[in-house]
Design a protein around this ligand. Structure first.
Ligand SMILES: Cc1cc2nc3c(=O)[nH]c(=O)nc-3n(C[C@H](O)[C@H](O)[C@H](O)COP(=O)(O)O)c2cc1C
Length: 267
C-alpha cells in the first residue's frame, strides 16, 4: 500500500481523542468506503488487522459511571484485532491502529482509542474473529459533536487529556545537542502519541543512529498492554523519521525494551 507519510506526520499534532459524536452528521459513504479500504489494505504485519463496522455502536461502547471511557452517538467503529499467538502482537496492533487513526484525522474524522471500556465479545462477533484472534482495542469514527460535552470537559480537568511529559523525563543516551534532526523530530512525535489513561508508559534511549523504545511504570498491565501504547509511539517515530528523509528498520527486543529503530538509509 502507498502511504502518504507526510499527511500522517501533520495529523500527529492535530489529532485529539473525541468521545462525543454528531449523531445528525453521518460520515459520507465515500469517506467510509475509503476507511474500509484502508483497513483492508494497511497490513504491515500478518498478525494484526483492522475492520470497519458500520451501524449503531451503543452495544460496543459500554457506558461508565463518571466520565472516563464513555463514547456517545458514533455510527461506526473500527476494531483492532491481533493474533495472540504472535509474541509482538500488542506493539503491532498499536502501530497498525495508529496509522489508521492518523489517516482518519487527516480526512477530518474524529476517533478515540478505546482499550478498556468496550465489550470485546460484542466487537469480536461483529468482526468475525478467527482462531486465537482478539479485539484488543476499538475506535469510534465520525464527526465530533458540535458542542464540547461535560464528559470531554471533565477529561481535560482531570488532566487525562492532552498533557504530555517533557522529553527530558523520557530520554536517555546521546546528549540533546548532538541529536540528528530526524531523531529530534521522531522523539517529539513519540511524545505526542496517545496512550491509555494518558500514562505515557515509555522511555527512549538515543544513540547516534538509533532510538530504543522501552516500557516503564507498573510492570503488570491490568487492561491495556503498555506494549500496545509503545506500538503507537513506534508508528509516530517512524512517520517522523520518514518525513525527515530517514528510513529506519525495527528490531524487536525483550521486556522492558520493546524495539529499536536503526537508521538504514536516506529515502
Ligand atoms: C491504547 C489506548 C486505550 C485507550 N482507552 C481508552 C478508553 O478505554 N476510554 C477512553 O475514554 N479513552 C481511552 N483512551 C484515550 C486516552 O485517554 C487518550 O489518548 C489520552 O488521554 C491522550 O489524549 P489525546 O488522545 O486527546 O491526545 C485510550 C488511548 C489508548 C492509546
Amino acid at each position: 500500500m502507498q502511504t502518504d507519510y507526510s499527511k500522517w506526520y501533520r495529523a500527529i499534532s492535530a489529532r485529539r481523542s473525541q468521545r462525543s459524536y454528531d449523531f445528525n452528521r453521518p460520515v459520507e459513504p465515500d469517506l467510509l468506503e475509503q476507511m474500509r479500504q484502508l483497513c483492508a489494505e494497511f497490513r504491515p504485519f500478518p498478525s494484526a488487522r483492522a475492520v470497519l463496522v458500520k451501524g449503531s455502536t451503543d452495544e460496543v461502547f459500554r457506558g461508565l459511571i463518571g466520565s472516563y471511557g464513555r463514547v456517545k452517538d458514533a455510527r461506526a467503529f473500527i476494531a483492532f484485532v491481533g493474533d495472540m499467538d504472535c509474541p509482538n502482537v500488542q506493539e503491532q496492533v498499536g502501530y497498525l491502529g495508529e496509522g489508521i487513526i492518523l489517516e482518519a484525522a487527516a480526512m477530518g474524522l474524529a476517533t478515540c482509542w478505546v482499550g478498556g471500556f468496550f465489550r470485546p465479545d460484542v466487537a469480536a462477533s461483529l468482526v468475525g474473529t478467527r482462531g486465537n484472534e482478539r479485539v484488543l482495542a476499538v475506535t469510534p469514527v465520525g464527526y465530533a459533536a458540535p458542542a464540547v460535552t461535560l464528559e470531554e470537559r471533565a477529561m481535560c480537568r482531570f488532566g487525562l487529556s492532552h498533557r504530555r511529559k517533557p522529553l527530558s523525563r523520557m530520554v536517555s543516551g546521546l546528549e540533546e545537542a548532538k541529536w540528528p534532526r530526524w531523531i529530534r523530530a521522531a522523539l517529539e512525535a513519540a511524545r505526542l502519541a496517545p496512550s491509555a489513561m494518558n500514562r505515557q508508559p515509555w522511555s527512549f534511549h538515543v544513540e547516534p543512529d538509533s532510538i530504543t523504545v522501552s516500557v516503564t511504570g507498573f510492570p503488570v498491565d491490568l487492561v491495556v498492554s503498555r506494549r500496545l501504547d509503545a506500538g503507537i509511539a513506534m508508528l509516530h517515530i517512524e512517520v517522523a523519521a520518514l518525513s525527515h528523509g530517514v528510513q529506519g528498520g525495527w528490531e524487536y527486543l525483550e521486556n522492558p525494551q520493546v524495539a529499536r529503530i536503526v537508521h538504514c538509509r536516506r529515502k
